[in-house]
Design a protein around this ligand. Structure first.
Ligand code: ZN
Length: 151
């Protein structure tokens, strides 16, 4: 557990300091804005989905706490190269993992780096920070430009 917590903190700090795929995506096909009023996290998520249904590029921008930024950064890495159907399934698993302390261990192994966030149910106020970018992803796959709030 201590080892997990250290890994969790290191990865979060590292992604917060050097967020991956941070910035604008001018030729985006999908976008959404996310807001978490409890913490003040705001992000804009943009994705480019190819005609074959594969996610070619994902970028995010905005201001937020370390957990929201690290979660968005790791999410962009996880989504690029996936089909929208695969990404939809992953987002459902991730959001379940955040809340469920008994999330199936075989599913957990398939989460890769994202399982960094699997202990976050212990910090209820932080669950929404970690979930924000994934809610924005789900909103972006709706019709047109979407806004989502965790409240
Ligand atoms: Zn936050």
């Amino acid at each position: 557990m201590t080892e997990n917590l250290q890994l969790y903190q290191q990865l979060i700090l590292e992604h917060n300091k050097h967020p991956r795929n941070f910035g604008d995506l001018p030729d985006a096909t999908h976008s959404a804005e996310g807001y978490n009023p409890l913490c003040g996290d705001r992000l804009t998520l943009k994705l480019k989905v190819a005609e074959d249904g594969k996610i070619e590029a994902v970028r995010f921008s905005g201001d937020g706490c370390a957990i929201s930024r690290a979660s968005a950064s790791m999410m962009t890495q996880a989504l690029i190269g996936k089909t929208v159907a695969e990404a939809d399934a992953l987002s459902a698993d991730f959001l379940n993992m955040l809340k469920d302390r008994s999330f199936a261990s075989d599913k957990l192994d398939a989460m890769g780096k994202l399982k960094t966030f699997s202990g976050i149910w212990q910090f209820p106020a932080r669950v929404k920070c970690a979930a924000l970018s994934w809610h924005a992803y789900r909103a972006s796959m709706g019709e047109g430009h979407q806004r989502v709030s965790t409240e």
